[in-house]
Design a protein around this ligand. Structure first.
Ligand code: SF4
Length: 124
C-alpha cells in the first residue's frame, strides 16, 4: 500500500516494488516484509504514517504499513481501544513498547500501577 503523505519513502517507489515488498504476505514472505519495514524505518513521515494507520477505517488483508504488519497494527489498535474505553477487557497480549502513550494511556497505566496486584481487577 502506497502512502499519500508528502515525502514518504514508499511514494517514490515503482509500483512493482510496492506490490512485491509492501503488499507481501508477511507470514509466508518474511524477507519481503523485512525489506518493507527497513524502508519505513528510514521514512521521514513515519510518525505521521503510524498515526494515520492506527485510525484507518479499513485495513488491508496483508502487507506492511508504517513499518507494521497487519497483526501488529491490530494489536496496537486493541490497546488503544481499551485505553479509550471502547474495548472492555485488557487485551490478552503485552502492550507494544513502541506505542506512544496518549493521555488516555497514561490514565490507564496509572490506574494499573496503583492496583494492588492481589486484588482482582474490576471489569469495565
Ligand atoms: S512509513 Fe512506510 S508506509 Fe508509511 S509513508 Fe513511510 S514508507 Fe510509506
Amino acid at each position: 500500500m502506497r502512502s499519500s503523505l508528502e515525502g514518504a519513502n514508499c511514494a517514490d517507489l515503482p509500483a512493482f516494488v510496492v506490490d512485491k515488498y509492501f503488499d507481501c504476505n508477511t507470514r509466508l514472505e518474511p524477507f519481503r516484509a523485512k525489506v518493507a519495514k527497513a524502508i519505513c524505518e528510514n521514512c521521514v513521515v513515519l510518525v505521521d504514517c503510524v498515526d494515520q494507520t492506527l485510525v484507518m477505517p479499513r485495513l488491508p488483508a496483508r502487507g506492511i504499513i508504517a513499518g507494521m504488519s497487519i497483526p501488529e497494527i491490530e494489536r496496537a489498535r486493541s490497546w488503544l481501544s481499551y485505553e479509550h474505553g471502547i474495548r472492555d477487557r485488557v487485551p490478552p497480549f503485552d502492550r507494544p513498547e513502541w506505542l506512544p502513550l496518549s493521555e488516555a494511556s497514561n490514565t490507564v497505566e496509572q490506574w494499573r500501577t496503583e492496583q494492588d496486584p492481589d486484588e482482582p481487577r474490576p471489569q469495565m
